[in-house]
Design a protein around this ligand. Structure first.
Ligand code: AP5
Ligand code: MG
Length: 284
């Protein structure tokens, strides 16, 4: 499983990545964390990145692309990874496409966490206060002034990726204003719905077998989702209402993909009984 978490500073990329790596046994690849480690270690990359990060700008594309390319090759990334904070510019996204192609790896999805800008400052201030309370060093960029600059960088350089991945039918949007566990639940539902969480054996099985096993095909509604909406599974009305609300946030691109595939399935299904009837009639 390989996917990107896209969203402005404080949208919850790191929080969600940490919850998901545990569930799926994959790794979190956070360029922000890697760069902070490089700054702390005083490496040449760290020395180059330090002032840029502290000012809320973006580190040059070549640097982060090299870091990610090397990191993806590490043995622990073989089972899959979550890209947290990468790509952040269109050239980074193009470079990622290229390197995944070279390594013969597939990107399952890009999950955008959408959060109101007014909530971002509260979150970043809260994180800084909690870090301070633990006696740890607060991130140099976790101040209201630098957050404003990070947001400006996001709008100018990263937001175009929403269009980039939407055009490539990879984008799925989640309401990041929900409580942390509900955001995780929605991401899990999306990953199931697109088939990213299927066991390998089921992935190799024929569509008929997959359907018999109750596994949703990529782009179709997952059975679990249907159950939740009807009050099945976890069973509570709250869960059903939450499922209904969060489903609405799935991007238009994903909906179009589902509708396209569903229409194709309906067309194919419509052809099958017609053939059988003709044969039966012919026998009679
Ligand atoms: P990076 O470290 O990636 O920072 P960021 O994108 O600015 O995002 P944050 O880490 O601040 O937020 P987050 O979305 O991870 O939110 P979190 O889960 O912590 O990058 C730092 C810098 O490195 C960049 O500015 C740039 O200079 C450089 N850099 C990195 N990658 C680069 C790249 N690819 N190219 C160029 N430069 C690059 O949550 C925040 C807080 O909110 C937490 O306290 C959390 O508990 C809380 N919270 C989370 N979710 C919720 C929720 N649903 N409800 C309530 N509270 C929540
Ligand atoms: Mg983060």
């Amino acid at each position: 499983m390989r996917f990107i978490l896209l969203g402005p500073p404080g949208s919850g990329k790191g929080t969600q990545a940490q919850r998901l790596v545990q569930k799926y046994g994959i790794v979190q690849l956070s360029t922000g964390e890697m760069l902070r480690a490089a700054v702390a270690a005083g490496t040449p990359v760290g020395l180059q990145a330090k002032d840029i990060m502290a000012a809320g700008g973006l580190v040059p594309d070549e640097i982060v692309i090299d870091i990610i390319s090397d990191r993806i090759d590490q043995p622990d990334a073989r089972k899959g990874f979550i890209l947290d904070g990468f790509p952040r510019t269109v050239p980074q996204a193009e470079a990622l496409d290229e390197l995944l192609k070279k390594k013969r790896l597939k990107l399952d999805a890009v999950i955008e966490l959408r959060v109101n800008e007014s909530a971002l400052l509260d979150r970043v201030e809260k994180r800084a206060a909690e870090t301070r309370a633990r006696g740890e060093e607060v991130r140099a960029d976790d101040t209201p002034e630098v957050l404003t600059k990070r947001l400006a960088s996001y709008r100018a350089q990263t937001e175009p990726l929403i269009h980039y991945y939407s055009e490539r039918r990879k984008l799925l949007t989640v309401d990041g204003m929900m409580a942390i566990e509900h955001v995780t639940g929605e991401i899990n539902r999306i990953l199931e719905a697109i088939g990213a969480t299927e066991p390998k054996a089921a992935r190799r099985a024929s569509p008929a077998k997959r359907s018999a096993a109750g596994i949703a095909r990529k782009g179709t509604k997952a059975p679990a989702k249907k159950g939740a909406a009807k009050g099945g599974g976890k069973g509570t009305k709250k869960a059903a209402s939450s499922a209904r609300k969060t489903r609405k946030t799935v991007s238009k691109a994903a909906k179009a993909r589902r509708v396209g595939k569903a229409k194709k399935a309906v067309r194919q299904a419509a052809k099958r009984p017609a053939k059988k009837l003709t044969k039966k009639r012919a026998k009679r």
